[in-house]
Design a protein around this ligand. Structure first.
Ligand SMILES: NC(=O)c1ccc[n+]([C@@H]2O[C@H](COP(=O)([O-])OP(=O)(O)OC[C@H]3O[C@@H](n4cnc5c(N)ncnc54)[C@H](O)[C@@H]3O)[C@@H](O)[C@H]2O)c1
Length: 252
């Protein structure tokens, strides 16, 4: 398959879960990738496993200076970027009663500011050419659960950020489309951490499954399919939208 022949993607959160799975498929379909992550050890290992068309760059994507470092590192490759996927994120539990301002700010820096910075970087790189941006929101952006108040709010922000960037690019005549995905609970290290931390892991997994009308959790590949659709010409007339990959949660 060569859907991404001559395409060059920057993928945040590329050391793990859905970011890593997106990088792997992007390369399998003919493209090249630079993955960004804080986890250097895993990031290097994943990139090596993917092969020569995948390079790892250590970055804290919530920091503007790290995006500047990436731009310098890429040199002439900066304007060759055709796709940016903002997948880095964290999810840690806190309700309205036990959330703290410090934690709230941390979640928004990683789940919100990083996506804004990734979009700003993408528009600068691609505005004289063409390309796509895909941001990771969540089903919780529109169907929130009470145990992750900061996460819900940050992912709702990602949806409106996505639409705002899409409208700006369209208004400016840039050939850049910006869309989001809204996964339900997906079987990645992020979800597994919740399952492992529960008193009864099996029961926690069943509860995650039961919260989806299709009565199961999703697999990373199922979300990657949507990310790659939004990153390809297959979605040429789609911008400012989001695709739910959530086993029917959006319909509840
Ligand atoms: N797994 C789920 O159930 C689920 C559901 C809905 C949405 N999402 C979203 O999907 C995206 C990918 O999640 P995942 O499940 O693959 O999680 P994951 O934990 O497997 O991967 C997330 C990656 O982001 C990296 N990261 C965190 N903070 C960073 C920072 N400041 N700079 C650079 N990298 C950073 C982590 O090191 C990790 O490698 C996230 O945005 C997450 O919120 C996940």
């Amino acid at each position: 398959m060569s859907r991404f022949k001559d395409k060059f993607a920057i993928i945040s959160g590329g050391a793990s879960g859905m970011g890593a799975a997106t990088a792997k498929r992007f390369v399998e379909e003919g493209g090249s990738v630079v993955t960004l992550d804080l986890n250097e050890e895993l990031g290097i290992k994943v990139a090596e496993d993917i092969g020569d068309s995948c390079e790892f760059f250590k970055a804290d994507v919530s920091k503007a200076e790290d995006w500047d470092r990436l731009e310098k590192h890429l040199g002439e490759r900066f304007t060759k970027i055709t796709s940016v996927v903002n997948a880095a994120g964290i999810s840690e539990p806190a309700t309205v009663e036990d959330e703290t301002v410090e934690h709230w700010d941390r979640v928004h820096a990683i789940n919100g500011t990083s996506v804004f910075l990734g979009c700003q970087f993408a528009v600068k790189a691609m505005k004289d050419g063409e390309g796509t941006i895909v941001n990771f929101a969540s089903s919780l952006a529109t169907r929130p659960k009470p145990f992750v108040i900061a996460y819900n709010y940050s992912k709702a922000g990602v949806l409106v950020l996505t639409r705002t960037v899409a409208l700006h690019c369209a208004e400016m005549g840039y050939k850049i489309r910006c869309n989001a995905v809204q996964p339900g609970a997906i079987n990645t290290p992020m979800m597994q951490r919740y399952v492992q931390a529960a008193e009864n892991s099996e029961q926690q997994l069943s509860e995650f499954a039961a919260s989806h009308p299709m009565n199961r959790v999703g697999e990373p590949e199922e979300v990657v399919n949507a990310v790659l659709f939004l990153s390809s010409e297959d979605s040429a007339f789609t911008t400012g939208d989001s695709i739910s990959v959530d086993g029917g949660v959006i319909a509840i």
